[in-house]
Structure formats: structure tokens, C-alpha cells
Design a protein around this ligand. Structure first.
Ligand code: ATP
Length: 215
């Protein structure tokens, strides 16, 4: 069975930077599916702007019709903070023999050692790091050591083992960030072409980001 990719995020809102990276991963890594898992109550970054349910809906409409893209709302159904390690352990219980690949951007990877029980992640899943504009792979410190020990360039390694490897993968660099989209919408501008129209329509209909995001 091919690996399952796990793509967590606040997705506040989801945009083409997320979608294009996930799509390239799906194809290049030959994964069975990519699960988008919107964060319920993000422990590491204060509050979100859109409610979890709305962020989840935006993910659902964004990926509709794309084979291999799945929206998984497990973090919304769980009370308390959304820790990735709990999500990964839940998936591991559900899929004991499958290869699992946690997909994160390089910026998120650089903050990995601040995550709750971060050092248990490789016991459960692989870590797939997407290059993001402006970020370099660390070669020193705890993360540098981790890459030296667990890093692999071989996609086959992600299929042969169910967890435990780190794979850094270049994706087409789209310099889009949810923060900029929220600021743009709050300033009354149109986010067209930064995200699928179905997501843009929800943003328009709900006026979700039509306020000062620095409040
Ligand atoms: P914000 O601007 O609110 O911080 P964001 O655009 O970074 O949001 P998140 O939902 O926080 O989006 O990101 C989820 C995951 O997607 C993270 O692992 C992040 O590194 C990655 N990611 C975000 N934007 C891009 C992009 N343009 N290209 C590739 N990966 C991205």
C-alpha cells in the first residue's frame, strides 16, 4: 500500500501555495492520498481568524474533485489543543501497517523543536519537508543532527519503511501566505487567483476576514 501524506495547518484560509505543494507531493512521492487536517485549536500560534468549521469547509471546497485529496476533521472533533503527535498516533492506530508522511513547510520544520513531544514524531511517521521560498535546511543543531541521522533522498525509502525518515522535497515556489490574504481582504481587495474561486466565494459571502486582522 502506498503512503498516506498528512498535511496539517491552520488553513486560515487555504490557498494555492498549500494546494500546489500538496499536489506536487502526491505525484512526486507517489502517495496514495494527502489528508488535509485543519487544526482545531492551534496551541502554538494564538487564535485563528476564521472558526475551525469554516476553515474546514474552505478546505473541503478547495480540494473537491481532486483524486487523492482528503479533508480529515479529526482535530476539530477533539477537545483541547491540537497536538500533531496525538493526531499522528490516532492515524497510526487506524492504519497500523501503512507508511505515514507528515508534510510540513520548511518554516514550520525550523520550529519543530518547540512542538509538543516533537521527538516522538519519527517513531510514528516520516517527516516530509517542503521547501518554501526563503528558507534553508538547517545543517547544525538538533534539527541538523536529525537530518544527518534520518534524512533520505530516496522516495522508495518512504514506501519501504512506515516511519522514521526525513525527506526534503522542493516544490514550486509560490510566495502566498494566509496572513497576506487576510490583510488584503481586510483592506477591501480581491484575493482572486490566490485560491480556488470556491474558497474566495465563501470569504466573500461570510465577510470572514473583513476586519482589522491586527486587532
Ligand atoms: P499564515 O500566513 O497564517 O502563517 P500559512 O499560509 O503559512 O499561514 P498554514 O496553514 O499555517 O498557512 O500552513 C500550513 C502548512 O503549509 C505549513 O506547513 C506551511 O509551512 C505550509 N505552507 C504555507 N504556505 C505555503 C506555500 N506558499 N508554499 C508551500 N507551503 C506552504
Amino acid at each position: 500500500m502506498k503512503p498516506i501524506g498528512i498535511f496539517g495547518g491552520t488553513f486560515d484560509p487555504i490557498h494555492y501555495g498549500h494546494l500546489r505543494s500538496a499536489f506536487e507531493m502526491l505525484q512526486a512521492l507517489n502517495f496514495d492520498e494527502i489528508r488535509f487536517i485543519p487544526c482545531g485549536d492551534p496551541p502554538h500560534r494564538g487564535t485563528t481568524f476564521a472558526e475551525a468549521k469554516l476553515r474546514n469547509l474552505m478546505v473541503e471546497v478547495a480540494i473537491a474533485g481532486q483524486d487523492g485529496f482528503v479533508c480529515d476533521d479529526r482535530e476539530l472533533r477533539r477537545d483541547g489543543p491540537s497536538y500533531s503527535i496525538d493526531t499522528l498516533n490516532g492515524l497510526r492506530e487506524e492504519f497500523p501497517d501503512r507508511s505515514l508522511g507528515l508534510i510540513i513547510g520548511m518554516d514550520a520544520f525550523l520550529g519543530l523543536t518547540k512542538w509538543h513531544r516533537w521527538d516522538e514524531i519519527l517513531d510514528v511517521a516520516h517527516i516530509i519537508v517542503a521547501h518554501r521560498p526563503g528558507w534553508r535546511a538547517p545543517d547544525i543543531g538538533e534539527l541538523g543532527d536529525m537530518i544527518t541521522e534520518h534524512g533520505t533522498h530516496r522516495v522508495a525509502d518512504l514506501h519501504e519503511a512506515t516511519h522514521g525518515r526525513i525527506h526534503i522535497h522542493a516544490v514550486t515556489q509560490l510566495e502566498i501566505a494566509s496572513t497576506e490574504i487576510r490583510d488584503l481582504v481586510a483592506a477591501g481587495r480581491d484575493p482572486r487567483f490566490l485560491m480556488p474561486d470556491a474558497v474566495r466565494n465563501i470569504i466573500k459571502e461570510t465577510s470572514v476576514y473583513m476586519r482589522d486582522t491586527n486587532e
